[in-house]
Design a protein around this ligand. Structure first.
Ligand SMILES: Cc1cc2nc3c(=O)[nH]c(=O)nc-3n(C[C@H](O)[C@H](O)[C@H](O)COP(=O)(O)OP(=O)(O)OC[C@H]3O[C@@H](n4cnc5c(N)ncnc54)[C@H](O)[C@@H]3O)c2cc1C
Length: 379
């Protein structure tokens, strides 16, 4: 067993860190930062060279994702990570020529129109309809929880094109221009006060036939490829590490009321809770490394990816709860000069709730671990 990155990967890690130190930090503009990533070819480093990528190995991508997540930098785009690789596999030559260069230059923002009010975990039961009419498909229905729809230029959309076929076999995958007439976007306000989600309504939206990806009625299989392009999930684990480190440092330097000379860190239960989280970060990191290592060997991680996802997202929630308890009453403040660490802990607590729902709930992932990992019968 080799627990090391190659010298080239380590050199690349140093290069990414130097770039982040120079180009990213509080107050920096995310859009111009991702443009610089695009100029370096980092957004599409894993794409094959023939499509303008660098053919970077999985472990190189892992190093990149880990550094971006640790530094809380917007290092990935949906277009480069999911849409581009899907088009490389299933797109027509026209679709590739039209979209891949624009995605690589970070000129297009994408959203994902999969979930519907009655179809989340059971996505194949989706009801949005597309009916063929001449050179177009006419789309009617509703999507929900569509992140970033309000900013997106295009949506990848799943719609039912054969209602009589078994549910997985009557679905088609479309690229939809979000400016088409008949599309209505309604924001959903989250408990953080932010509006990242949307409901998207389709009312006789005419999508040109050349915007179908893959074969008609075979869109389910295209969509599973899109979801598979979510790689090791290292970001879910490491995304909380910086906050954790800042909480530990804060607890060490902050005097505790009622304990003269003592700090928040001197409180026994706090120390144990934080030690437990430190342990979790090491375990979660190794789980994500394992997934990336399997991919680098041409293996297809299955329940291993579900384990990393479940552990990483639940760790994030545990970390946010432990941090919240550590900071005491002031830790509830979201803003103002009295809010410890700029209010990031209560925000992390609120945001962490959704992590065990997005991209497959913990229950669904535990089902996968039970059936495919442990060989137990389906419940
Ligand atoms: C932050 C975030 C971003 C998202 N962004 C997008 C996006 O951009 N585009 C998009 O299309 N969707 C998006 N979603 C939606 C997401 O994919 C769904 O929320 C998720 O698939 C769960 O579906 P649901 O909400 O309908 O819950 P349901 O599927 O209705 O589940 C409800 C509860 O029942 C449990 N459950 C369901 N089936 C089973 C089962 N067979 N066994 C055991 N328990 C079960 C679930 O675990 C859950 O606890 C996003 C969600 C979040 C939280």
């Amino acid at each position: 067993m080799e627990f090391r990155f190659s010298p080239e990967d380590e050199a690349f890690r140093s290069e990414v860190r130097a770039f982040l130190a120079a180009e990213w930090g509080p107050g920096r503009d995310a859009r111009s930062f991702t443009k610089k990533l695009a100029e370096r070819g980092w957004l599409t480093m894993s794409w094959p060279r023939e499509y303008g990528g660098q053919g970077a190995p999985h472990m190189r991508q892992l190093v990149y994702n880990e550094e971006m997540a640790y530094h809380r930098a917007p290092g990935q785009t949906m277009g480069a990570d999911r849409v581009g690789p899907t088009l490389i596999l299933f797109g027509t030559e026209e679709q590739k020529a039209r979209f891949l260069p624009a995605i690589a230059r970070d000129e297009l923002t994408w959203c994902q129109g999969f979930s519907e009010p009655g179809s989340g975990s059971d996505l194949a039961s989706l009801q949005t309809r597309a009916m063929r009419d001449g050179d177009s498909w006419v789309i009617n229905g509703q999507k929900i929880w569509t992140s970033n729809a309000q900013r997106a230029d295009y949506m990848i959309l799943l719609a039912r094109t054969d209602p009589d076929a078994p549910k997985h076999r009557g679905i088609t995958y479309f690229l939809v221009d979000m400016r088409l007439p008949g599309i209505t976007i309604r924001p959903l306000i989250q408990m953080t006060g932010q509006a990242g989600f949307n409901e998207v309504f389709f009312d006789d939206v005419r999508v040109p036939a050349e915007m179908v990806v893959g074969e008609v009625n075979r869109g389910w299989y295209v969509s599973t490829a899109t979801l598979d392009f979510e790689r090791s999930g290292i970001g879910r684990v490491i995304g909380g590490l910086r906050t954790f480190e800042e909480v530990v440092a804060y607890a060490k330097r902050t005097p505790a009321r009622g304990r003269p000379g003592g700090t928040l860190f001197d409180h026994g239960p706090t120390r144990l809770a934080l030690a437990d989280i430190a342990l979790g970060f090491q375990v979660g990191r190794l789980m994500s490394y394992r997934v990336a290592w399997m991919q680098s060997r041409g293996l297809v991680p299955n329940y291993e990816a579900s384990m990393a996802k479940t552990f990483g997202t639940e760790l994030h929630q545990r970390m946010a709860r432990a941090a919240f308890t550590t900071l005491g009453l002031a830790g509830q403040l979201l803003e103002g000069h009295r809010a410890p660490l700029g209010g990031q802990v209560p925000m992390a607590l609120l945001q962490s709730v959704s992590l065990t729902i997005a991209a497959g709930t913990s229950e669904i992932n535990r089902n996968i671990i039970a059936t495919r990992g442990l060989g137990l019968p389906r419940g």
